[in-house]
Design a protein around this ligand. Structure first.
Ligand SMILES: Cc1ncc(COP(=O)(O)O)c(C=O)c1O
Length: 412
């Protein structure tokens, strides 16, 4: 369509408007109930103070609240050892990497972290990216599979990686190895490279992929498996994830995870074979064409990984908290899904979930309402995520808040 005849053409002057109208797009989002605010916190910890969205101004923090909304599961973001490691990397290596890792941005801090990750994962090599999102997008696209089989509840970064790879993507039913087997069997030809991708722990459902069964199906077809351990890395024995817990390390070709959750920092990693890592460091565009992970983030993640691998008590505390919360919430009559440290308290209706989150907040507990389209219609929920650094008293306060808030809004 010519500019003069376009929808935004000004007939008098003959000029056209090919710009954008972000205000209208925001209003449309608002009308669909999808507009989100950001509420800054004064620090990343199990207790912190939050401020209403200050837009361009300075935050004005309220009273201290209990945070049950973070992915800093081991509470290491505020740990002194982790902070010291970040500071040391900043002063001895640099505050930023200064360039892509393929130019001059590859430092000893990156290499030390990659050696430790490879050791923790019992893998030949590891490679760190500047975020978990960049890891998935870059890795899947660099593999350039012909077909990807992807769990229906996989994280957005996996979905985007599939899109970017240009592969035919077959979505199989959530956590259903039989559905994967059927999808593979239905294919007319057995040709090309096939990649199966799944989260190990699903961030909104708190459930665990049937990895052993998925391995068996993938192996029958000689397909590769990529497992995203974002919500499991560091939380199991010796700092491993679900893959290590299930003894599947040598059956899964690509193990990725984030440094941004239990490892309390920023970045993502892939652990795998030497040729895989060398290929990714050449072909993953989010690695090649992006500045290397900041050295302080590498230093912090390395220190956090060390704690995750050696501090059994800290990990045990997280699991005790999760169990106490799960039992307490179920005893009150709440429906709690999943089987991990992520506790989705499912209330169904989106307005109920929003009201419950607000009522919890009034009682000093921050736990977000998760609604469609993030989760399927009718399964709106509060996502509760304890941290190892919560005290027992904080867990009790969270439970008491759920009881009172649930009665106040009529979901109990
Ligand atoms: C399953 C999963 N994969 C990948 C990511 C992306 O990781 P990051 O936040 O480090 O970019 C996330 C985080 O939200 C996630 O939940």
């Amino acid at each position: 369509m010519g500019a003069e005849t376009g929808p935004h053409a000004d007939r008098e002057t003959g000029t056209a408007d090919h710009g954008f109208d972000p205000a209208a797009r925001l209003a449309e989002r608002e009308a669909r109930g999808l507009r989100r605010d950001r509420q800054p916190v004064d620090r990343v910890a199990s207790r912190s103070r939050r401020a209403p969205d200050p837009r361009g101004g300075e935050p004005s923090y309220g009273a201290e609240e209990l945070i049950f909304a973070a992915n800093d599961y081991l509470g290491l973001a505020g740990d002194e050892r982790v902070g010291r490691a970040a500071a040391e990397a900043a002063t001895t290596v640099g505050a930023g990497a200064g360039a892509s890792r393929l130019l001059t941005g590859d430092t000893g801090a990156h290499r030390a972290l990659e050696r430790d990750l490879a050791a923790a994962k019992d893998a030949e090599r590891a490679l760190v990216f500047s975020s978990g999102y960049a890891t998935n997008v870059g890795t899947i696209a660099a593999l350039s599979p012909d077909v990807v089989f992807s769990d229906a509840a996989n994280h957005a970064s996996i979905v985007d990686g599939c899109r970017l790879s240009g592969a035919e993507t077959v979505v199989y039913d959530h956590c259903d190895a039989d559905a994967l087997a059927d999808a593979m069997a239905r294919r007319e030809t057995n040709e090309g490279s096939w990649l199966v991708v799944t989260d190990s722990v699903f961030s909104m459902d708190g459930d665990v992929a049937p990895l052993t069964a998925l391995c068996a199906v993938a192996e029958r077809h000689g397909a590769w498996l990529l497992v995203d351990e974002a919500h499991a890395t560091g939380l199991h024995e010796e700092g491993g994830g679900i893959v290590e817990r299930e003894g599947l390390a040598d059956r899964i070709q690509i193990r990725m995870g984030t440094l941004s959750k239990a490892l309390a920092s920023q970045g993502g990693y892939v652990a795998g074979s030497e040729p895989l890592i060398e290929h990714l460091s050449n072909a993953a565009r989010s690695f090649v064409f992006s500045t290397g992970l900041a050295p302080p983030a590498a230093g912090a993640a390395r220190a956090a990984l060390h704690v995750a691998r050696t501090d059994d008590d800290r990990r045990a505390r997280l699991w005790e908290h999760a169990e106490r919360l799960r039992e307490g919430l179920a005893a009150m009559g709440y429906t709690v899904w999943g089987e991990t440290q992520i506790l989705p308290v499912v209330v169904g209706d989106r307005a109920d979930a929003v009201a419950l989150a607000a009522a919890l907040r009034e009682r000093g507990v921050v736990a977000p309402a998760v609604r469609p389209p993030t989760v399927p219609e009718g399964t709106s929920r509060i996502r509760v995520a304890p941290m190892a650094t919560h005290t027992e008293r904080a867990i009790d306060r969270c439970l008491a808040a759920f009881e009172a808030a649930g009665r106040a809004v009529g979901v109990l």
